[in-house]
Ligand binder design. Structure first.
Ligand SMILES: Cc1cc2nc3c(=O)[nH]c(=O)nc-3n(C[C@H](O)[C@H](O)[C@H](O)COP(=O)(O)OP(=O)(O)OC[C@H]3O[C@@H](n4cnc5c(N)ncnc54)[C@H](O)[C@@H]3O)c2cc1C
Length: 589
């Protein structure tokens, strides 16, 4: 008899209560060091627990379906002194049966795959994977899947790849916002002794520059598709069965797996006249023309970004928002400095007010506002309707494939981005959650990896939100609004930019940085920033939340001086009580 040794579950990182999905040993088995004892499965991966010593298994302490944590005993073993376990290994009849069963299962898999292949109907084109829509979700999924060895077709109804984000969303809007920022900053310098005079705006040249930025990016995508041998097919796809699509020109595409990434479209107000002066965000990006008076219907991020652009280009701005605040749902303290900043610049911000009617006349668009019982009318040269976006899930005849779509056009998915039909995935704007390009591209990678047979899951703790307004507003993770709604206990630290050397030197001290902490563990739960470049700065707080960092992790990380990024460190120091850049009375904890 040798020594009795307990074989335990090793460190599992952040995982706890991990499922045992297979037990590979039984009492009496001889095992060598590193030989797998049991297989565990998390959302992300499967892993074997290896034997830390060689010998004879005396007892097995876990079974399939049990949940284990680091340190739990898996089995006990009697160390086999001077026994060469390998040389004593014989294949028992029972073991032989196991091996045979495994081989049969593998053969069955191959037969099933061949059957799936065979069930693809005769089609004009076919591929391992078809992706519908070439936005940030679709092209990312197609490229990742091709990199993993799948034969991929990417179907896109527009001539250019890139979807809303590259063509009529994130990129063109940010190009115009950059132009607006330059105009506003040049004007602001007049107060500090440098005058540039009134800007001369050539809307055509500005539009051409914005279009060039877009073409460069979309052209780059076409090249990336070619390099990866992703076949791009131009057409509007609909499902004809669970295994094939039909295009508007009646060509057909068969597939083993499909990723739906058909995105979303602007929502329209019912009853709005059909007039070129009434536009959605796509029309607003055309700057055709720059109106004297612009009404923005909807005080969400897209409307407010376009208001910034048109205001800098010389339009007088009126914003009408049905709820009582701009950017509904965002922490009110983050919105306040923005509201203060634009209140002096914009003509009017009408909160708690509805558009009750709209009429197009030769001279203008006449709009009827309704605030409670009160009604008033006003005329505008252009109206931007930006009341949200609607998912395209219900425009694909998804029922032909058995895929469920809800009344909002959203397709429900699991963490692997699979719909209710497991070989069909959905990602991006039509898969629910925030309609953001970075969410779409992260989901895309998961869907492509799962489609390629890898273990992958979408389990981001946070998805950052940014309004690229002036000032910018950004937040990530837990918000105070959410914490209050859900009764989550948190602590807050806030650093005002009026005490930041960098903010002062930019002439923009209206912002602040706040961090929210878990009261018991001290970990960062979320944060928000309002001020110049908040959108870039928020990434550090996102990383802190993902890594489970606490205030010391941030405050002890040396940040470059003088930068706006220091404000995150200062907020952490405020929480820790180590801040020297401001005097804060000591808090009792
Ligand atoms: C003005 C504006 C500014 C924005 N700014 C930002 C920002 O700063 N940051 C951010 O993260 N997000 C921003 N967004 C949102 C962002 O653009 C979307 O979240 C993102 O594009 C969604 O990506 P997606 O791949 O799901 O779909 P989309 O980008 O909508 O792409 C879907 C693609 O599918 C194609 N398609 C649809 N149906 C079919 C079909 N049946 N057959 C073939 N092709 C089809 C469409 O033509 C489209 O190209 C902005 C949006 C707008 C409108």
């Amino acid at each position: 008899m040798g020594e009795s040794v307990q074989l335990i579950v090793p460190e599992l990182g952040d995982f706890s209560d991990v499922d045992v999905i297979e037990v590979l040993v039984k009492p009496g088995d001889m095992v060598a060091v590193e030989e797998p004892l049991v297989t565990l499965e998390t959302d992300k991966a499967t892993m074997d627990v290896p034997a830390s010593a060689a010998g004879k298994i005396v007892s097995v302490e876990v079974g399939v379906g049990d949940k284990v944590n680091a340190g739990d005993v898996v089995a006990t073993l009697d160390t086999a002194d001077e026994v060469d376990t390998l040389s004593t290994m014989v294949i028992e009849p029972e073991e032989q049966e196991k091996i045979l069963a495994a081989v049969t299962a593998e053969q069955e898999k191959i037969v099933a795959a061949a059957a799936a292949q065979a069930s693809r109907p005769e089609t004009t084109h076919s591929a391992d994977l078809v992706v519908i829509g070439a936005g940030p979700g679709g092209y990312t999924a197609a490229f990742r899947a091709a990199d993993l060895g799948l034969d991929v077709i990417l179907v896109e109804r527009s001539e250019r790849l890139g979807g809303v984000c590259l063509n009529v969303g994130c990129i063109p809007s940010k190009a115009l916002l950059h132009a607006a920022k330059v105009i506003d900053e040049a004007e602001a310098m007049a107060a500090h002794g440098i005058g540039f005079g009134k800007p001369e705006i050539d809307a055509g040249a500005l539009r051409a520059w914005k279009d060039k930025v877009v073409s460069r990016l979309t052209g780059g995508l076409a090249q990336l598709a070619t390099q990866r041998k992703v076949r791009v097919i131009n057409g509007t796809a609909k499902f004809a069965s669970p295994r094939h699509l039909v295009l508007d020109d009646e060509e057909t595409i068969g597939f083993d797996k499909c990723i739906i990434a058909a995105g979303s479209e602007p929502a329209m107000l019912p009853g709005v006249p059909n007039d070129p002066r009434i536009v959605d965000s796509t029309g607003a990006l055309e700057l055709e023309p720059i109106p004297a008076r612009l009404l923005v219907v909807g005080g969400g991020i897209i409307g407010l970004e376009m208001a910034c652009v048109y205001s800098a280009l010389g339009s007088s701005i009126c914003i009408v928002e049905m709820t009582d605040s701009l950017m509904p749902g965002t922490d009110p303290d983050l919105v306040r400095p923005f509201l203060k900043f634009v209140s002096n610049r914009y003509d009017r911000i009408l909160l708690g007010t509805k558009v009750a009617g709209m009429q197009a006349t030769t001279a203008a668009i006449d709009v009827l506002f309704e605030k409670g019982e009160e009604k008033s009318g006003e005329s505008f040269d252009k109206v931007l309707i930006s009341i949200g976006r609607r998912a395209n899930g219900d425009k694909l005849a998804a029922a032909q494939a058995g895929v469920d779509v809800d009344a909002q056009g959203i397709i429900a998915v699991n963490k692997q981005m699979q719909t209710n039909v497991p070989h069909i995935f959905a990602i991006g704007d039509l898969a629910g959650g925030p309609m953001l390009a970075h969410k779409a591209s992260h989901e895309a990678k998961v869907a492509a990896e799962v489609a390629a047979g890898q273990k992958s899951a979408f389990d981001a703790r946070t998805i950052p939100s940014v309004a690229y307004t002036d000032p910018e507003i950004a937040w990530v993770g837990l918000t105070e609004t959410q914490a209050k709604q859900e009764g989550i206990v948190y602590e807050k630290a806030r650093f005002p930019w009026a005490a930041s050397g960098r903010a002062l030197s930019l002439g923009r001290d209206e912002g602040f940085t706040k961090l929210l902490f878990d009261k018991s563990s001290g970990r960062v739960l979320g944060g928000g920033i309002v001020g110049t470049n908040a959108g870039d700065l928020i990434a550090e707080i996102g990383l802190a939340v993902e890594m489970g960092a606490d205030a010391a992790d941030i405050s002890l990380t040396v940040h470059p001086h003088p930068t706006l990024s220091e404000t995150i460190m200062f907020a952490a120091e405020t929480y820790e009580g180590t801040l020297t850049d401001l005097y804060l009375p000591k808090k009792k904890r």
